[in-house]
Ligand binder design. Structure first.
Ligand SMILES: Nc1ncnc2c1ncn2[C@@H]1O[C@H](COP(=O)(O)OP(=O)(O)O)[C@@H](O)[C@H]1O
Ligand SMILES: [Mg+2]
Length: 496
């Protein structure tokens, strides 16, 4: 009944054994062997083909379920000459504790066994996707986002490269469409659920649906300090200036502050004016700011597409929006949701790898978000450069191919399940295959991540940044109605 693939021979240790291959078997194949003492089957996994010519393979023992349903390791070695069989689906599913239903990530590598994550675990316990560029991080994030969208979980996506607006359109890639049957999915676009915000304007980002704006009325000294670092002397000048304005006006804008500061007698004033003017010129400040109740809504995904925003401004936006949604969640103003941070190393860098104003709030969300139904999905190609306080809070880890030794070291340090074998393994895993560790499963597994239902935006960006398919459709979506790029009301208010 079971397919015989070999016979135990050579080295037999408690957790590992060699076997002579008698039928085709691949690396990472799940196998089962009989343990005499237990009088039961034990699940194993082929770790490597040691000697292809002599047909010797090494397998590790995963374990068996005891009477209480706990995954156990046998305490006795397997008998030499024992038969090695290909493990059947029911046995693998049982031992690995694979559940059906939930967030569908893909198939167990090499097998037609679907791998699901529990929605609650994914959201409440945070998730990280780490790997080198081009290995499939954004693609995999897209898969999770599609699944969450299907379950009406609201999402807020920080999108530095404008990769995610393609969620609106169904996947047109011919090769991927051919694989959809295998994964049991169909093409699907999410146009009715996805809203793209731009912190720039519609001429820079014609594919955007709405402007993203920050409240520019009555900025306090603290808020200005968040926008750019002020020295004590500069703080003093701004503080005095704002107090003087407040005495005269109920509502004031950044223009009033610029005017006030430039009339000050301080020698530091021009530097402050320069900063203030730079903030004003970004156009991000408005008297009709984006409301978090509009960003985070049941069944909707908001994308903040950072196209056209310089890195410091991006960090400031992330800081502001994260602070507001965190407070909003605490007060129950918005529903529980998932916050997606692409290029997380730019927004919460590890010590020694730069500073970002958004670091602290992301750390707070990582450690406290779960209490308030605020889930975090962090994505980065430089695991070593992301704040380890943030990474260590992610209970679901999705690791794709990583080759940089520092990054591998960082992963090993941060993730308790990483073994020396796994370190070797993640250097070799092919594009689209992920090492998944999650509270939903008994032990880390390799998953062949399913193809996308919607279009993957990263693809076009890779093709020399032309974003062909994307911008074409984006323009269509914009309908030409924003050709000139409206300016925010505050800019007009300021007489520009
Ligand atoms: N699960 C997958 N199935 C099919 N193709 C994939 C998969 N994952 C990644 N790819 C391919 O790999 C390319 C790079 O993936 P991407 O997610 O953009 O990489 P990055 O890690 O840089 O974010 C994609 O354009 C896509 O063609
Ligand atoms: Mg990417």
């Amino acid at each position: 009944m079971y397919k015989l693939v070999g016979t135990i021979s050579g080295d037999v240790e408690l957790h590992e054994f060699d076997f002579t291959v008698t039928d085709a078997v691949r690396s990472n194949e799940y196998i089962k062997v009989w343990n005499d003492e237990l009088e039961g089957w034990v699940l194993g996994r082929v770790v490597s083909i040691v000697d292809a010519a002599k047909k010797i393979a090494t397998a590790e023992i995963i374990g068996y379920k005891d009477g209480r349903g706990f995954l156990m390791q046998p305490k006795s070695t397997l008998s030499r000459d024992g038969k090695v069989f290909k493990a059947d689906q029911a046995f693998i599913t049982d031992i690995l504790g694979l559940k059906s239903g939930g967030i569908y990530l893909g198939m167990l590598d090499g097998r037609n066994i679907p791998v699901y994550l529990k929605k609650e675990e994914l959201i409440q316990k945070h998730c990280s996707i780490l790997a080198k560029t081009g290995s499939g991080k954004s693609y995999t994030a897209g898969v999770l986002i599609e699944e969450l969208l299907d379950k009406n979980v609201p999402l807020l996506i920080i999108d530095p490269h404008g990769e995610y607006l393609s969620l609106k359109y169904e996947n047109r890639n011919k090769e991927e469409r051919k694989q959809m049957d295998k994964f049991g999915i169909a093409p699907k676009g999410y146009a009715s659920k996805v809203v793209v915000y731009t912190p720039s304007n519609f001429s820079i980002n014609p594919a955007a649906d709405k402007l993203f704006r920050i409240d520019g009325i009555n900025l306090s000294v603290n808020e200005l300090y968040d926008l750019f670092p002020l020295s004590d002397a500069q703080l003093g000048v701004v503080y005095q200036c704002i107090n003087e304005i407040k005495a005269k006006k109920e509502f004031y804008t950044i223009e009033d502050i610029i005017k006030g500061v430039s009339e000050s007698k301080s020698s530091a004033k021009w530097r402050i004016v320069h900063f203030l003017e730079r903030i004003r010129e970004t156009g991000i400040l408005s008297d009709s700011p984006t409301r978090i109740e509009d960003l985070v809504k049941a069944g909707k995904t908001a994308i903040i597409d950072m196209k056209g925003a310089e890195p410091k401004l991006q960090q400031m936006i992330v800081y502001r929006v994260c602070k507001e949604v965190f407070e909003g969640r605490k007060m129950g103003k918005i529903p529980p949701f998932m916050l997606v941070i692409e290029e997380a190393h730019n927004f919460c860098p590890e010590r020694g790898f730069g500073k970002a104003v958004s670091s602290n709030i992301l750390r707070t969300i990582a450690s406290e978000g779960r209490k308030f139904g605020l889930g975090l999905l962090v994505i980065s190609q430089r695991p070593a450069r992301v704040d380890k306080n943030v990474i260590s809070q992610c209970n679901t880890q999705i690791i794709l191919r990583v080759t940089n030794p520092n990054d591998i070291k960082a992963l090993s340090r941060g993730l308790e399940f990483m073994s020396a074998e796994m370190e070797e393994e993640i250097k070799r895993i092919p594009q689209g295959v992920a090492l998944l560790s999650s509270p939903s499963i008994e032990m880390p597994v390799l998953v062949d991540v399913r193809v996308r239902q919607s279009e993957h935006g990263g693809r076009a960006v890779e093709m020399g940044g032309t974003a062909k398919s994307e911008s074409k459709r984006g323009e269509g979506a914009g309908n030409g109605r924003r050709k000139e790029g409206r300016k925010s009301r505050i800019v007009r208010l300021l007489g520009e």
